[in-house]
Ligand binder design. Structure first.
Ligand code: FES
Length: 77
């Protein structure tokens, strides 16, 4: 299943990034590109983290359904 349409990031890509140490929405963006364009997938990314017992840090607390990128300053892959 696609989590991030803008960057064509799949659920298993997010799961792999988390397994490899990504523990914030920003880290997921850095590793996968998810959340670095429109930001519409932010809630999905946050849910993937919380489902694994990880919590968002304050800088990740941007609105889930914003129209701006959730993760800024990250080069797209
Ligand atoms: S759907 Fe993920 S950045 Fe647009």
């Amino acid at each position: 299943m696609i989590v991030c349409l803008c960057r064509a990031v799949r659920e298993h890509d997010v799961a792999r990034a988390i397994a490899e140490g990504a523990s914030t929405v920003r880290a997921l963006g850095e590793r996968t590109g998810a959340g670095t364009d429109c930001g519409a997938c932010a809630c999905e990314l946050r849910s993937a983290l919380t489902a694994r017992g990880l919590v968002s840090v304050p800088q990740d607390d941007a609105p889930c359904s914003g129209s701006r990128p959730m993760v800024t300053g990250v080069a797209a892959k």
